[in-house]
Design a protein around this ligand. Structure first.
Ligand code: 2U9
Length: 368
């Protein structure tokens, strides 16, 4: 390993003539240029910084060594030559390093610009944004239909009192819907709080606060102690609706039901009303529509009846008005209730309710 000549004096190196001194400096300059070529080719900023310090560092560097070992101890007659050569070398080293620094900086800027260069022609980064859940899509579709005929949307609490969930809806004490067979009661709640089994309580709360006319739809989650199977779950989604005014008749109800069926299933869909019973409506009806699979000719989906049951409804039972101080002589109205999950399954041909809540993207992706 050759010793670095800058650590020796010129005398030790035997450079006693101006020519030898000049040749010695030329040798250093040559070594410097070689090393510049090597280090700058490596494009390693960290390493380059080390190289610059090795040559120009104030503490110990080649230039400092030359000053200490060649200039300071140089023979008097050689000192001017050594001084000149050193200044020339310093100027060459600094000029070269400055030029390289600019090159490296320019290259770094270019690289950064290239890195930041957005080729707008390139396709964007596809951000998987997911889709609105099928239940949400169906809610929005159903709400849009009722908003289009002047209903407003109100939402209410999922934890209710027996009064709002049962009593005020004319569901008497002994009514089967009351027993904890179907209802989740909040343990330890003295007021007998429960998870609402329908969104009807919010219609009562609205009527308590607002005199007729009332036209509202109430979407939301409801809870029933059902044993989960392919069409039942302990939580599902409902939209209930209520229209109360001075002169609402069964025809208004029928017209609204038919309008809904056409909007939801298409202009050709027919509506059929079947007598039914609900404590909070009298008369009550199940609203059927033409089977959207077979168009009414009969198929497995409609059990060959040609009809699909969509939702339940009826004229508001005047008994309910007593709980909200509406004069049953003056006001009449209709109400309806539909299971949103069931309508979504029916419309999109889904046979397993649990699929809606298992968050399997292979399933969810099918309904963008
Ligand atoms: C008030 C008065 C009357 C709401 C109604 C139905 C008929 C109905 C079921 C549909 C499928 C529940 O989700 S489901 O299982 N509901 O059939 N609901 S009439 O009647 C009301 C509500 C509030 C004050």
């Amino acid at each position: 390993m050759t010793t670095d000549p800058t650590t020796l004096t010129l005398a030790q190196l035997g450079d006693a003539t101006p020519e030898k001194v000049a040749a010695r400096f030329a040798e250093v300059r040559e070594r410097f240029d070689q090393q510049v070529a090597v280090h700058s080719a490596r494009q390693d900023a960290e390493e380059w910084r080390g190289f610059v310090v090795a040559w120009t560092g104030r503490k110990s560097s080649v230039l400092v060594h030359i000053g200490d070992n060649w200039l300071k101890p140089a023979a008097k007659e050689l000192k001017p030559i050594v001084g000149q050569e050193l200044n020339k070398l310093k100027a060459h080293v600094e000029a070269t390093l400055e030029e390289k620094r600019k090159e490296i900086e320019a290259a770094a800027e270019q690289a950064a610009a290239a890195r930041d260069q957005i080729d707008l022609s390139l396709p964007g980064v596809e951000r998987a944004i997911g889709t609105r859940h099928l239940i949400r899509q169906t809610f929005d579709e159903l709400l849009r239909i009722f908003l289009s005929i002047g209903f407003s949307v109100v939402e209410g609490p999922e934890i209710e009192t027996p009064y709002y969930n049962f009593e005020a809806l004319n569901i008497p004490e002994y009514h089967p819907a009351r027993d904890n067979m179907d209802t989740f009661y909040i343990e330890g709640s003295r007021a007998g709080h429960l998870l609402r089994t329908h969104t009807s309580p919010m219609q009562i709360r609205t009527m308590e606060k607002q005199a007729p006319p009332v036209r509202i739809v109430v979407p939301g989650k409801v809870y029933r102690r059902d044993n989960p199977d392919s069409t039942h779950g302990f939580m599902f989604h409902q939209i209930e609706g209520l229209a109360v005014d001075t002169d609402i008749t069964f025809c208004d109800f029928k017209g609204t039901a038919e309008y809904f069926v056409r909007e939801f299933l298409g202009p050709k869909a027919k509506t059929r009303l079947r007598p039914s019973y609900f404590p909070f409506t009298e008369p009550s009806a199940e609203v059927d529509a033409t089977c959207h699979v077979c168009g009414g000719s009969g198929c497995r989906v409609c059990k060959f009846s040609g009809w699909i049951e969509l939702f339940g409804a009826g004229m508001v039972n005047p008994a309910v008005y007593g709980f909200v101080n509406y004069d049953p002589e003056k006001f009449s109205g209709f109400a309806f209730g539909m299971g949103v999950d069931r309508l979504a399954m029916m419309k999109y041909g889904i046979t397993e309710l649990p699929l809606l809540f298992q968050n399997d993207v292979r399933f969810l992706r099918q309904f963008p």
